[in-house]
Design a protein around this ligand. Structure first.
Ligand SMILES: Cc1ncc(COP(=O)(O)O)c(C=O)c1O
Length: 388
């Protein structure tokens, strides 16, 4: 019988050393030694599976990757220094000059920047569909299309895309279906079940969960991961053993942390729905969410991010942030500390209104990454900041 998620998170552990330690030690070593020339030859020829050099593999990164592979129901994986390193390296490994990508327009800002500013250097173009234009995807697919890419829930708009529907389109056209599963975590949603070939995470967010380290990971199909591994092995975007050690430890508590994050987030969302200065609230597990039914089908819980539109637009959004006392104004998410942000005056401030609206960022949109403080204290801070 295969083990449960929580058990994999804890018991999927590097073999004990001669010291019989209970918890996995930190393997701060750049390289590994060989007994003789033959062992070294076999290792470099990949005829013997073992650690060689920490840019390739290290016991700590392997433990972290093995856990995510088990949690996502994947075949293989590789850990990167950041989420963006995972995204860029996966695309760079799999694409050739002249290939084409179809992506949802609502993707993380740096991912969009990579599609628009860097991949075109290699003549790789991206065609976009909006979250409510899934029926247009097939029309965007060309002979040279290789990858279909989405995030769900989207950042920061919190839209939900139908994984099964899009997975079927990818399969029909023989495309590599890649899902950024960062907002959900494998505890809430496992895109491979719905047809994803690869799943990418920024481990910096809920996987770390305490705002301490950066990390990224790509898991999925073994053959594709082999390409990604070889690319990464030679170009060097690897996760550090220290970060892997921290992140593997964080995974041990992922299920309980995410349960509590989501419980708090639902309470915050419900509170916001009843506030007179709030125009609308977006949270995947509120019945008012436009894709509530899809969210319920593919997600176990609603996640820790709540978005809402404050009455009074840009000015009210800025005033709200200024009045916040306990919660943090910060660029991260998925931390134990609740973080509030106002994308149209900060992260997306340089985009035109039209470009912002394309990804669902209205002037008064506020994003809250609900943390693990007592929910009454989180709500009290939000409530006093909303009193305009
Ligand atoms: C959905 C999503 N994907 C990827 C990233 C990039 O991750 P990192 O900051 O670890 O490079 C982020 C960062 O906020 C994100 O929100």
């Amino acid at each position: 019988m295969s083990r449960h998620f929580e058990t994999e998170a804890i018991r999927n552990q590097t073999e004990r050393s001669q010291f019989s330690e209970h918890s996995t030690p930190l393997y701060l070593t750049s390289s590994f030694v060989f007994d003789d020339a033959e062992e070294m030859r076999l290792s470099f020829a990949e005829e013997k599976e073992r650690n060689l050099y920490s840019r390739f593999t290290n016991p700590n990164t392997t433990e972290f990757v093995d856990k995510i592979v088990a949690m996502e129901g994947a075949e293989a994986g590789y850990a990167f220094a950041t989420g963006m390193a995972a995204i860029f390296s996966s695309f760079a490994a799999l694409l050739n000059a002249g290939d084409h990508i179809v992506s949802c327009r609502s993707v993380f800002g740096s991912t969009h920047g990579m599609f628009n500013n860097y991949l075109p250097k290699w003549n790789i173009e991206t065609s976009y569909f909006k979250v409510d234009e899934v029926d247009l995807i097939e029309g965007l697919i060309k002979e040279n299309t290789k990858i279909l890419y989405i995030e769900t829930p989207t950042n920061p708009g919190l839209d939900i895309l139908d994984l099964e529907l899009i997975g079927n389109i990818a399969k029909k056209s023989n495309l590599i279906f890649i899902v950024d599963n960062c907002f959900a975590t494998p505890y809430i949603q496992q895109p491979i079940k719905f047809g994803a070939d690869l799943v990418i995470h920024s481990a910096t967010k809920l996987i770390d969960g305490q705002g301490r380290v950066l990390g990224g990971v790509t898991v999925g199909n073994k053959k594709l991961l082999r390409e990604i591994y070889l690319f990464a092995r030679n170009t060097g975007p690897a996760m550090s053993p220290f970060n892997a050690w921290v992140l593997s430890k964080s995974l041990e508590t992922l299920s309980v942390r995410v349960e509590k994050h989501c419980e708090n987030a639902l309470k915050v969302a419900t509170f916001l729905e009843g506030n007179k200065n709030v125009k609308f609230v977006k949270y995947p597990f509120l019945k008012t969410h436009p894709q509530y039914e899809v969210a319920k089908t593919q997600m176990k819980l609603g996640g820790n991010i709540v978005a809402f539109e404050i009455k009074g637009g840009l000015e009210a959004g800025v005033a709200f942030l200024d009045k916040i006392q306990m919660c943090s104004l910060s660029a991260n998410l998925g931390d134990t500390r609740t973080i509030v942000s106002h994308p149209s005056s900060t992260t997306h401030g340089r985009l035109s209104i039209e470009d912002r609206l394309e990804v669902g960022i209205t002037n008064g949109l506020v994003r809250i990454s609900v943390g693990l403080e007592h929910v009454e204290d989180i709500i009290a801070d939000i409530q006093q900041a909303l009193e305009l």
